[in-house]
Design a protein around this ligand. Structure first.
Ligand code: FAD
Length: 301
């Protein structure tokens, strides 16, 4: 059986730029179609991997699994499954991990997660569960030969007292076996630059892949950003000001904003990008095109 990892290498592009795409598991048939349209549109860009999120409180366990499984069996893509420690015993989580291993998944994005009230809520470890992200990373590595990615927060996690605690947590996750960090989205590249300096100064050398969120809906994204600790600069708000009912212009501005952000990061020497697609392909496809990525045609494995 061809694993996703070897497939991703086989189709690697020659631009030096590596991208990955994040999707969320669909709740309805209509959303399922939207997701799969996006997957099919982005697949020829040969991303390094595509990840599928895990709903708060493990609420999408089945749907995440089904989506990951379908990506593995019906596409050439290399899926990474998100997994959190919330509201589950170690045994339950280990069953999920083993299930992924059995179907050929070799990459997990390991997270502590949030309580059922969502981002910003107080996290309470389950009595018989993994106590936090670093514990989950260690558990995953013990179970199988998984690549493990974790989160990182250029503006620090909203519950974190300071940057030092945030970077300590990242170190613990790396000591437990994580080999890549994907950042929370941010709009001001200076946050990422300063964070990268801090992380490197702390002796951390794993890739810290910037998470890029194209602005499909400025109002919704700003509301979400306030819960995740990502700041929304005034200059960004001004760019979208007055475009609430101007879908086409909003889309063009969003493409320009994201292009400016990623191209500035390329200037800084960044070559890996993780896109929060929101299950929509258009903006991400356009930005990838600007990054020099071109579709490859190949047969599904
Ligand atoms: P950790 O890395 O364990 O901790 C984050 C920070 O919080 C630490 O740096 C630390 O400073 C602070 N902290 C942690 N524990 C404590 C404590 N006990 N006391 C004080 N400070 C503490 N959520 C989902 O539900 N499903 C997903 O699929 C998902 N995918 C994500 C993907 C990415 C790339 C990112 C960046 C986030 C994702 N999240 C997801 C959100 C994430 O679950 C939340 O941000 C959650 O609050 C923290 O989980 P974590 O693994 O990032 O935490």
């Amino acid at each position: 059986m061809t694993t996703g990892q070897s497939r991703s290498k086989r189709f690697a592009g020659d631009t030096g730029i590596n991208v990955s795409f994040e999707f969320f598991p669909p709740k309805s048939e209509k959303m399922e179609k939207t997701l799969w349209d996006a997957v099919r549109r982005l697949e020829p860009l040969s991303p390094n991997f595509v990840s599928v999120t895990y709903g708060a409180g493990g609420s999408t366990r089945e749907r995440t699994h089904n989506t990951v499984s379908r990506i593995l069996s019906e596409t050439t893509l290399c899926p990474a499954a998100h997994l959190t420690c919330v509201d589950a015993t170690k045994e339950e989580i280990d069953t999920v991990i083993r299930g992924y291993h059995e179907i050929g998944v070799r990459h997990i994005v390991a997270l502590r997660g949030d309580s059922a009230e969502g981002a910003g809520g107080k996290f309470q470890a389950h009595n018989s569960g993994y106590v936090s992200s670093y514990d989950l990373v260690a558990g995953i590595r013990e179970i199988g030969d998984f690549e493990v990615s974790v989160s990182a927060y250029p503006e620090k996690h909203p519950k974190s007292p300071d940057f030092a605690s945030d970077i300590d947590m990242l170190k613990r996750k790396i000591d437990a076996g994580a080999t890549r960090a994907i950042t929370q989205f941010f709009f001001d590249n200076e946050h990422y630059e300063r964070y990268l300096e801090r992380v490197r100064a702390a002796g951390i050398s794993i890739p810290i892949v910037p998470g890029i969120a194209p602005v499909h809906d400025f109002r919704k994204l700003s509301n979400f950003a306030s819960k995740t600790g990502a700041s929304v600069p005034d200059w960004l708000a001004r760019r979208f000001d007055g475009l609430e009912n101007e879908a086409e212009t909003h889309r063009l501005v969003a493409a320009a904003v994201a292009a400016e952000q990623v191209l500035d990061l390329v200037e800084l020497g960044i070559q890996d990008f993780h896109f929060y697609t929101m299950n929509r392909a258009d903006l991400v496809y356009a930005i990838c095109h600007l990054l020099g990525l071109r579709p490859h045609t190949h047969q599904a494995a």
